[in-house]
Design a protein around this ligand. Structure first.
Ligand code: NAD
Length: 353
């Protein structure tokens, strides 16, 4: 796979959700590639967040803003005239979506409408990448990987909001963007990503790292659930690759794409915790009672043939390497290395692998 990373040099790139886990990796990566990066998001939630640990505010042009407010989105796009837009801002947690369904729909559906509406009146945009989720597919608990043309749906508010955001995307693409010669828009669906710098609540890796750092057992509620774990840089490389293709050929590459690990790389929550303990060098695992009230998909994986064939995109790191790199990030920072230095090393290693 040859991603034309050079294409981003000196380009104006807007990332929504740059204060979040994936957005901060993407913002730093694009900064490293020489892009002029503009971020639009709520302020970081914690002092330890990757955005803050990287001191990204000093490297990119970040703006505190709310995607639920159309005028803020429109005015920011108008001001910066981006050529690329990566829309990641969202309420991304399934559990939180049960507690705050309205917030989840307002942010993930209403916020996406505002981004598309802003893009509609911002002619500088050439490539727009809308980040949804593997959970946008109607989960049939079957063993096959979901393809881009499979049915959308979602039982929990988060999954439903991502499926709805997909419909919003396709309506804007077909009704407005297809008619603009120099604009291409895609939606991208990836699974559970892991990597350094994620401190979200209710996510397996941050929960494990908090336990390991405090010499407490890792508590697993749902040890047998399988997930398409991948390092955060895997889907991000897919988004960058796709955006570069769209920039060169907007119509050919507009559409939806899955980015996930190889089909055989299906591992359980328990496998992940075990591998993390091994990479950390110590730690214990304890199985706790499953919280049966909340529905969360047990079996879900993506078919990525479209990304392989059309984009020549393939994941680079297997499960073991992914977990090792993740543990290494947290351990290095705990031992005093700067987050910026370890993130940069890992980005370079990924690009060269
Ligand atoms: N992390 C994963 O495993 C995963 C898996 C599939 C899809 N995704 C998707 O990737 C994207 C990024 O996820 P993440 O893990 O980095 O989440 P995160 O919670 O770390 O970051 C979310 C970002 O969205 C911003 N945001 C939330 N509400 C906002 C609002 N009203 N206005 C402006 N900004 C707002 C936050 O400030 C933050 O920058 C999301 O769209 C998520 O649904 C993530």
């Amino acid at each position: 796979m040859t991603t034309d990373y050079e294409i981003f040099r000196n380009k104006r790139v807007l990332i929504t959700g740059d204060t979040g886990f994936k957005g901060s990796w993407l913002a730093y990566w694009l900064h490293h590639l020489g892009a002029k990066v503009y971020g639009f998001a709520l302020p970081p939630e914690r002092d330890c967040d990757h955005f803050t640990a990287l001191n990204l505010e000093k490297l990119i042009h970040h703006h505190n803003g709310d995607v639920r407010e159309y005028s803020q989105v429109r005015d920011f796009m108008k001001k910066i005239q981006p050529e690329f837009v990566f829309h990641l801002a969202a309420q991304p947690l399934v559990r939180k979506s049960y507690n705050e369904p309205k917030l989840t729909f307002d942010t993930n559906v209403g916020g996406s409408v505002n981004i598309f509406e802003g893009a509609r009146v911002t002619p500088s945009i050439k490539a727009l990448i809308m980040i949804t989720s593997d959970k946008c597919y109607k989960n049939k608990e079957w063993c096959w990987g979901y393809r881009e043309n499979d049915e959308l749906g979602g039982k929990d508010p988060y999954s439903a909001s991502k499926a709805a955001a997909e419909l919003v995307y396709s309506a804007y693409r077909d009704s407005f963007f297809n008619g603009r010669t120099h604009l291409g828009a895609a939606s991208v669906r990836a699974g559970n990503v892991i990597g350094g710098g994620d401190w979200s609540t209710d996510r397996i890796v941050p929960d494990c790292i908090r336990a390991l750092e405090n010499n407490k057992p890792i508590e697993l509620r749902n040890p047998h659930a399988t997930r398409p774990w991948q390092h955060v840089m895997e889907p991000l490389s897919g988004y960058l690759h796709l955006a570069s293709r769209i920039y060169e050929n907007p119509k050919q590459f507009s559409g939806s794409y899955n980015f996930g690990p190889e089909g055989r790389e299906m591992h359980t929550v328990h496998d992940l915790a075990e591998e993390l303990v091994a990479a950390w060098g110590s730690g214990k695992i304890k199985i706790t009672k499953h919280d049966g009230n909340l529905h969360e998909a047990g079996l879900l994986h993506l078919n990525c043939d479209k990304a392989h064939h059309e984009l020549n995109w393939y994941p680079k790191w297997g499960f073991k390497k992914t977990v090792e790199q993740t543990a290494k990030w947290y351990k290095s920072v705990k031992e005093g290395e700067s987050a910026r230095s370890i993130t940069k090393q890992q980005i370079i290693e990924y690009m060269e692998s």
